[in-house]
Design a protein. Structure first.
Length: 44
């Protein structure tokens, strides 16, 4: 039971680290080149 909890904790931390890396990579892209799916901006 403890092993299962430890594995879940490790995978959660790994996922958080991956998400943070992806977010950092996205933030390096200039805003005009970012694709924002939930907010389709009209090109002016």
């Amino acid at each position: 039971m403890r092993v299962k909890a430890a594995k879940a904790r490790i995978s959660a931390r790994r996922k958080a680290e991956r998400d943070a890396r992806e977010r950092a990579a996205i933030e390096k892209i200039p805003p005009e080149h970012q694709y924002v799916p939930d907010q389709a901006r009209q090109p002016s």
